[in-house]
Ligand binder design. Structure first.
Ligand code: NAP
Length: 295
């Protein structure tokens, strides 16, 4: 009987927003992968992790031994953590463990405008890790997405109950991206050597103000939805109120200060370059998710 070959691609963050879409994308193409999860319980309802070529391995970014175990025999890895004050330390541990394990290529989920000198803490740590990967000698693909369209789901409750969502961005435009497109770029980067050494700026096909988003959302759900511009201080209080830790709440306020300056308004062609397909627009996103914004 032929021996089944174990997967050579490791997906971290497999239970998160992008990870779920990425595992679906790879499964739909029949590409075997190993998904790293920190709890089997978090993975049990994910259909994409039941695909025949899929392995699931326990791994925690805070436990180097578990990372080394997850990385055994891996050639290409997708690196994603959530943004917390531990992110730089966790991603450093992962990159070092990957280099020791002989990984050849890392696809790193970074962020639009990553820069070690940025005023935004998330952009600083992403740039530090990009540099570490470059210095490690492994090949890389960096994905730098703009604000996620799916972030609007964080306002689901206020949109359903009050017909409102909030932000500290004024009339600045932003070229948001659909996470399904980020996952498709990651899937391609893990599958084809042509993406090695590339940094992709990932945006949607248009730049919109939050008032324009509210107009489009109103049409899709068939009732008036309003965008309410709030101060950075009120944004921080709101984020703390809904359970964000202080470090992340402050980071999101910094993100919005950068958006408000129009620094995330440019439209880029990264999705098309990497996948050959046009990036999904906000209309497409809102039509697909409209039912989630009604009770
Ligand atoms: N939101 C935006 O608009 C935006 C824009 C640009 C870039 N980004 C970047 O996108 C990234 C977040 O992506 P996302 O929304 O897909 O993340 P997410 O949904 O928060 O998912 C985070 C993933 O990391 C896993 N994880 C957390 N702690 C772990 C640990 N200690 N060990 C192992 N796994 C752990 C989680 O597993 P569990 O299921 O077990 O929790 C989950 O699978 C951040 O780096 C952020 O800077 C975000």
């Amino acid at each position: 009987m032929p021996q089944s070959k174990s997967a050579s691609i490791l997906i971290t963050g497999a239970t998160g927003n992008i990870g779920k879409e990425l595992t679906k994308y790879l499964a739909s193409k029949g590409i075997p992968f190993r998904a790293m999860v920190r709890s089997m319980d978090h993975a049990k309802d994910l259909e994409s992790l039941t695909f025949p070529g899929t392995e699931v391995v326990l791994g925690d970014f805070n436990d180097t031994v578990s990372l080394e175990n997850a990385l055994k025999g891996i050639e290409k890895a997708f690196l994603l953590t959530n943004s917390s004050e531990l992110a730089e330390q966790q991603q450093t541990a992962f990159v070092n463990a990957a280099a020791r394990a002989g990984v050849k290529h890392i696809v790193k989920l970074s962020q639009w405008a990553a820069d070690v000198n940025s005023t935004v803490r998330f952009l600083r740590y992403h740039a530090v890790i990009e540099n570490l990967i470059k210095e490690s000698g492994m090949t890389y693909t960096f994905l730098r997405p703009n604000l996620f369209m799916q972030g609007l789901l964080g306002f689901r409750e206020t949109i359903i109950k009050q017909n409102q969502f909030f932000g500290a961005i004024g009339d600045a435009k932003i070229s948001m991206i659909d996470t399904r497109d980020i996952a498709a770029v990651a899937g391609e980067a893990l599958s084809f050597a042509a993406h090695e050494g590339k940094t992709y700026d990932l945006t949607g096909p248009e730049s919109l103000t939050h008032n324009q988003m509210a107009e489009k959302l109103s049409v899709a759900v068939g009732r008036k939805i309003e965008f309410i511009n709030i101060t950075p201080k009120a944004l921080k209080q709101t984020l703390l109120h809904v359970g964000f830790p202080e470090w992340q709440a402050e980071g999101l306020v910094e993100d919005y200060a950068h958006y408000k300056l129009g620094e995330a308004a440019e439209v880029k062609s990264g999705v098309k370059e990497a996948t050959g397909n046009e990036a999904r627009g906000f209309d497409n996103f809102i039509n697909d998710y409209a039912s989630l914004f009604s009770a």
